[in-house]
Design a binder for this molecule. Sequence first.
Ligand SMILES: Cc1cc2nc3c(=O)[nH]c(=O)nc-3n(C[C@H](O)[C@H](O)[C@H](O)COP(=O)(O)OP(=O)(O)OC[C@H]3O[C@@H](n4cnc5c(N)ncnc54)[C@H](O)[C@@H]3O)c2cc1C
Length: 566
Amino acid sequence: MPLTADEQVLRHDVIVLGGGLAGMRAALEAARGGADVAVVSKVYPTRSHSAAAQGGINAAFSAEDSWEKHAFDTVKGSDYLGDQDAIEVLCREALQDIMELEHMGVIFNRNEDGRLALRPFGGAGFPRTCYVADITGQAILHVVWEQLVKARITCYAEWVATSLVVQDGRCRGLVALEMRSGKLHTLEAKAVVLATGGLGRIYEPSTNGLICTGDGMALAYRAGAALMDMEFTQFHPTTLYPSGVLITEGARGEGGYLLNSKGERFMATYASQRLELASRDVVSRAEQTEIEEGRGVNGCVLLDVRHLGKKVILTRLYQIYELAHDLAGVDLLEEPVPVRPGTHYQMGGVKTDVDGRTSMPGLYAAGECACVSVHGANRLGGNSLLETVVFGRRAGKAAAEEVRQVPFAGLSSAPGRDEHAHITELLQRGERGGLRSAVVRKEMGNAMREGAGVFRDSEGLAQTLETVRGLKGRYQKVAVQDKGGIFNTDLVSLLELGNMLDLAETMVVGGLARQESRGAHFRRDFPERDDINWLRHTLAFYTAEGPRLEYAPVTCVRWQPERRTY
Ligand SMILES: Cc1cc2nc3c(=O)[nH]c(=O)nc-3n(C[C@H](O)[C@H](O)[C@H](O)COP(=O)(O)OP(=O)(O)OC[C@H]3O[C@@H](n4cnc5c(N)ncnc54)[C@H](O)[C@@H]3O)c2cc1C
């Protein structure tokens, strides 16, 4: 069956692109606001990466804690690059949003007295991470999905969006490939909410699912919207070797130790107060330093949870117990597991305001694909799930309100037909047996890890940029072996690779330009934070020659930048 273009245009007031937690929350709120909503997702929604979240979601529930303390920790964690007005919204509204999840039916762990249990997380002054063992994302996502089913929200599952439709500067919908039929559909909307998640797969390896390829960011970027702070990628301190699969921060939150080859709890040297629970950028750099200075164990350090005892491990950390067993052959009850820093999360994304509005009318964004910015240069564990529900809800509400005033433009199926012509060309390109997208993808991933990793410098970044640009050239020659229309995953991989290459370029160009060290962006050639010149956001705009950078001020409301220690 060949690829075809559908002549019929599908119309919904609001189309939410992405069925993860941000997308579901946005869709639910837009429907509550009276809009006719549809969710488009390249996987069945409950298979989104949100389902992989392990450790928990933050809110200042304990009596000694307050949303202001949560906000301060987040500002400090962001290395002062987070916008404090947005962080205030995140931390203030956290309580109500988590209570709502609880009322929907999320079975959060509880204390003996029946209150929500809270675990300490990195960079947090108080235990404030609500959790469901170490499967928090899955537990929340499935419960919110029930709400979407109950609200009878239309869902186009296994539809891959390939481009946004923009008319007279306004986003009017999108084109998506229905994998099952090989049909390209034109979908018209009065507003589109991007909720397409992260881009971790630009790196090799990564904690992210194979579907985390930054599609929405790339679609928005090519359509003319601004990307913000793309040079800030988080490296999580505890990922398995060699797969890159995540071991939750909850393991350290519950009291796990990090050890070097001499058996020392080396974090004492780097963060004398918070030790293993310093923020992620600090712990990742400490591990990398231990490894580079010869105190590692086969390119790793060791995570030891044995002293927590069988009961804690098998009840609150059972997923990582299984992961360590199945993927590293380690029994966590008996021995420590080798871990190393790995790519985990993208702080940057499509620039939005606190209601999800991007720089393009009619286009909203929320969740990991957006940059509000609440994470600045480094995200705190547990704040990302929180961001998806707080800003997903706000974006859905704002979109539903806006569309009451906006008429449909009356799109024809031309965008779908144009995309059909373009993709048919891609399919015809190259010979069977030619260059495969997986080869280019791997080279990109290795280059990004080596040149744009935990530690960076101008030489390595420049080399990575050259490699990425070279790969963009080679991308033009990648052949799609499967010429058919039905479930053509080979074609989808090619489209995803194109998105990742465009984004990788913005990450490296932004990183080269930022001549300072802040949060996760650590330049060996500029090891200090430079607030005079660099307390500002990087904006990246698409041009055919590569990203054009601009800068925007950071909003500081309450807290002025200070030296950051843990
Ligand atoms: C292993 C792991 C553990 C984590 N643990 C935690 C944690 O404990 N606490 C925490 O706060 N954060 C955690 N995070 C981060 C957090 O889970 C994510 O940032 C968050 O869930 C992202 O949600 P999202 O809705 O923005 O995107 P996702 O859940 O990634 O959903 C993206 C959606 O977009 C759709 N999509 C993408 N591209 C297209 C396209 N082209 N066409 C159609 N649909 C598309 C996908 O199908 C999917 O439905 C973790 C992340 C990982 C990887």
